[in-house]
Every structure is written in structure tokens, then in C-alpha cells.
Design a protein around this ligand. Structure first.
Ligand SMILES: Nc1ncnc2c1ncn2[C@@H]1O[C@H](COP(=O)(O)OP(=O)(O)OP(=O)(O)O)[C@@H](O)[C@H]1O
Ligand SMILES: [Mg+2]
Length: 460
């Protein structure tokens, strides 16, 4: 893009000389001003650099500089002055001038200064753009949901963006826990500081502590160098403790200490390091149950979950399946350069009825796969994974032999109960009294469980 340089000086000969030289040197556009006021009024033309004389007829150069910096803090300004007063020069630099040159101007020194100023400003603009993109990518607009409970959760979240309350996000694998954690960070006041992820499940136990807090050189065998931990890296930003339920007790105590005292030491070090981080954690485990079974510290649990957010699994918000399908079809059309219109009705029905144990991530992967495989405008059942079709309409579990055969996967207990209820309701054509009798449970219990598993009452 073409560059524009403002040159502000009340001496006509200087304006002419600089204009001529700048055009010759770089072919940049220039605009000249003889007063500070005129230049300030034209700042919306977005110059890339300003050359500014200190002695102007209307406003002092440093005053002009101050006003420029107020509006455009990154815009580089190079000061020029006939009077070589050190105080004035220092004041310019303090106000944010990029550089300062006495007159008569030494072009050999001004030339690299202009080059560097423009290069720096380009880099800063580039960085700003990257940050903006990142923030847009993790804006709440990119979290798709038509579900009421999710909408309510988003409303609640919007209230904690700008304070530092600890957030605990629970939900099955693939429900979007990390996506929400990122959205909280990138929409809050810490958005320009780092968002640092620590996956407590994927890092070997003996390395996790050093990953979190860092270590000093020689603090244990293999510690060849000082290592800066994630708490230190996240300074001013957010640390996301993913799979916090997998963290062992001794480390839980150390995390608790960081939260309470806002300071820690590197392993093998004795320097106390202050922390200023927001903590967001996530887990797909039932942490409360872990507290009860004494595998998770109760005090830490309460510290982490000042603001709990639960994301329901996809099968409990089936309306989201449809909106997410549209969202991902559009997303992958873009990524794969295709023009697929969506799913054909029979395929959409299978997708809608499927249980999505891997939640949104599984849905996302499935759609990408289908879109790669199909060569039609509408995705049909032929490209859906085989297990979707064989399971469709056959979600009731059959004989015990199939359920508990040696090769069979273990079915979670809750799942088994849900399936038993669905099966009973189906075989009794929705007769609650009959279904409860066959299940050997009370009617009230049946109603309660149906509510819990979101099974609709077939009659009434
Ligand atoms: N509501 C949503 N709208 C759009 N995309 C979503 C939504 N929920 C999840 N996703 C996408 O699904 C994928 C999985 O989300 P994410 O990694 O946040 O899940 P998770 O809960 O952290 O899973 P895990 O427990 O397996 O780590 C990501 O690609 C994410 O962008
Ligand atoms: Mg995750």
C-alpha cells in the first residue's frame, strides 16, 4: 500500500527540500502543513509517519505531538528542531516521539530513522489485525446454539467477562468447553494478554508440576536449563486448566496455594513469583463425586468453581444439531472449496437421531468427512459412517448376551438405565403404569428418571 507522510514545518524551504527528498528516496506520498492546527485537523487521512518541527507559529511542537499520540498512540512522529535544547528533546521522547533530529538535517541519519519508523508501524498494524482476528474468531457469535439453556448460560457468562472470578466448565468430551473458555478470555479485559492452556491429563504426572510452575536449572535430573512455567507465561492473562479432575492430590494443594496467596516458586527455586492470572478450569468428570470419594480436594473445588458453567451434551439439546449442521456445512464449504447445500432429509434424520457420544467435535468431524466423500450437492446416507445406519432405529438394547458379551464394551450405568426406560416405554406403547411395573420401580421414580433423561411422556 502507498505510504503517506505528513511534513509539518513553518519554513517553506524545509518543506520543499524534505518533500523532494522523500519522494526521490521512497516514492511515498507527502502532505505539507505550516501550522500544527491544520495538521491535527487532517489526522483522519491516516498518515504512516509524521515529521514535526518543534517551533511552529501556532502550537508548540510537543503539544502537537501529545495530541497526535492521544488519538493515534502507535503512529510514529519524528521531531525536528533548530534549537538543540536537551530538555525539549527529552520531553519529546517522553511524550512518545520516535526520534529527534536537530537542524540542519543530516539526511544520512534521518533516512534509517524514517525506514525503521515505517517498518515498526507496519508491524504494529499487522499485530493489531492478528489480535482482532483472534478476538473475532473467539467471539460469542461463533459459538452456535439455539438451545435455551445454552443461551441462558451465555447471558450469565457475559456478566463475568471483566472480573476475575474463577470459572469451572463442566461437560462431556467435545461439548465446547475450551471454546467457551477462549471466548471468556478473548472478550474480557485480559484479552490482550496470553491465554495459556495446560492439559492436566495429557502431561505425565511427574512433569506437570514443572509445566505449571517451571523449574530452576539443576533442580532435578534432566533439568538442564531454567524453565518458565505456564503460570508465569500467563501473566496478566488467563490460564486454562483443562481436565483438572485428573490432577493428583499433592499438586492440587499447590494450585490452591497459588489461588490463595497469588504467588509460587519455581521447582528448586526460592524466589517468590507473584502471579496475576485468571483461572478457568474444565473437566468432563463429576468433580463433586470426586470430592465425596476424596480424590479431589473440597477446598480447591470450591475455589475453582466460584462460577460453574455446565454444558449439556448434544443429545440433550437436539435443536442444536440442526443449527450446528448448517454452521459446519458452511464452514467446510469455505475450507474445502465446495458448494454443498446441506443434508438430504433421510440423512438429516439419521444425524438428528444419533446419540453423538463425542458431541460437537464428533459432529464436526463427521460432517467434514461426509463433505469430503460426497460428490453430490446434498449429503445422503451413503456417506454417513456405517455405525450410524446400523444403530438407527435400533437404539433399544436387545438381549443380555449382547449387552454383556465378553467382547462388548462396558455401558455406563446411567446409559443403561436410560435405555431400559426407553425400551420399557416402547414395548408398553407408552403405558407408564405398565412400564413402571415391568421396570420394578415406582411411578414417581419413573417420572423423575424420564425427566432426568429428557424422555418425553408418550401420553398425557
Ligand atoms: N456451540 C458450538 N458452536 C460451534 N462450534 C462448537 C460449539 N461447541 C463446540 N464446537 C466445536 O467443537 C469442537 C470441540 O470443542 P472443544 O474442544 O471446545 O470441546 P471440549 O469440551 O473442550 O472437548 P474435550 O473435553 O474433548 O477437550 C471444537 O472444534 C469447537 O470449535
Ligand atoms: Mg477440551
Amino acid at each position: 500500500m502507498e505510504k503517506l507522510i505528513f511534513i509539518i514545518d513553518d519554513e517553506d524551504s524545509i518543506l520543499k527540500m524534505l518533500t523532494h527528498w522523500v519522494k526521490n528516496q521512497w516514492e511515498y506520498n507527502t502532505k505539507t502543513f505550516t501550522t500544527g492546527a491544520e495538521a491535527l485537523n487532517s489526522l483522519n487521512e491516516n498518515p504512516d509517519l509524521i515529521l514535526l518541527d518543534i517551533m511552529l507559529p501556532d502550537i508548540h511542537g510537543n503539544e502537537v505531538l501529545g495530541r497526535i499520540k492521544q488519538k493515534y498512540p502507535n503512529l510514529p512522529v519524528i521531531m525536528l528542531s533548530a534549537q538543540g535544547s536537551v530538555e525539549v528533546a527529552l520531553e519529546s521522547i517522553r511524550l512518545g516521539a520516535f526520534d529527534y533530529f536537530p537542524k540542519p538535517i543530516d539526511k544520512n541519519r534521518l533516512e534509517p530513522a524514517i525506514r525503521n519508523a515505517i517498518k515498526n508501524y507496519d508491524l504494529e498494524k499487522e499485530l493489531e489485525k492478528l489480535k482482532e482476528n483472534l478476538q473475532r474468531e473467539y467471539s460469542f457469535d461463533n459459538i452456535i446454539s439455539a438451545d435455551r439453556k445454552m443461551q441462558d448460560a451465555f447471558k450469565m457468562i457475559s456478566k463475568v467477562l471483566d472480573n476475575d472470578i474463577t470459572v469451572l466448565i463442566t461437560g462431556e468430551s467435545g461439548t465446547g468447553k475450551e471454546l467457551i473458555a477462549r471466548a471468556i478470555h478473548f472478550n474480557g479485559k485480559r484479552k490482550n494478554a496470553p491465554f495459556v492452556v495446560v492439559n492436566c491429563a495429557s502431561i505425565p504426572r511427574e512433569l506437570l508440576e514443572s509445566e505449571l510452575f517451571g523449574h530452576e536449572k539443576g533442580s532435578f535430573t534432566g533439568a538442564h536449563q531454567r524453565k518458565i512455567g505456564k503460570f508465569e507465561l500467563a501473566k496478566g492473562g488467563t490460564i486454562f486448566l483443562d481436565e483438572i479432575g485428573e490432577m493428583e492430590m499433592s499438586l492440587q494443594a499447590k494450585i490452591l496455594r497459588v489461588i490463595q496467596q497469588k504467588e509460587f516458586e519455581r521447582i528448586g527455586g526460592n524466589e517468590l513469583i507473584k502471579t496475576d492470572v485468571r483461572i478457568i478450569s474444565a473437566t468432563n468428570r463429576d468433580l463433586k463425586a470426586a470430592v465425596e470419594s476424596k480424590s479431589f480436594r473440597e477446598d480447591l473445588y470450591y475455589r475453582l468453581s466460584s462460577f460453574p458453567i455446565h454444558i449439556p451434551p448434544l443429545r440433550e439439546r437436539r435443536s442444536d444439531i440442526v443449527v450446528l449442521v448448517n454452521h459446519f456445512v458452511e464452514h467446510f464449504n469455505h475450507k474445502l472449496g465446495k458448494q454443498i447445500k446441506g443434508f438430504a432429509k433421510p440423512a438429516l434424520k439419521v444425524v438428528y437421531d444419533y446419540d453423538w457420544p463425542g458431541n460437537v467435535r464428533e459432529l464436526e468431524n463427521t460432517i467434514e468427512r461426509c463433505m469430503i466423500l460426497t460428490d453430490k450437492e446434498l449429503i445422503d446416507v451413503d456417506v454417513l459412517p456405517a455405525n450410524f445406519i446400523s444403530n438407527a432405529g435400533n437404539s433399544n438394547l436387545g438381549s443380555n448376551a449382547v449387552l454383556f458379551g465378553e467382547e462388548s464394551p462396558v455401558i455406563p450405568f446411567e446409559k443403561l438405565k436410560e435405555q431400559a426406560i426407553r425400551h420399557a416405554l416402547k414395548t408398553t406403547s407408552g403405558n407408564i403404569v405398565e412400564a413402571a411395573r415391568k421396570l420394578k420401580i415406582g411411578r414417581a421414580t419413573l417420572y423423575r428418571l424420564m425427566d432426568k433423561y429428557k424422555i418425553e411422556s408418550p401420553k398425557e
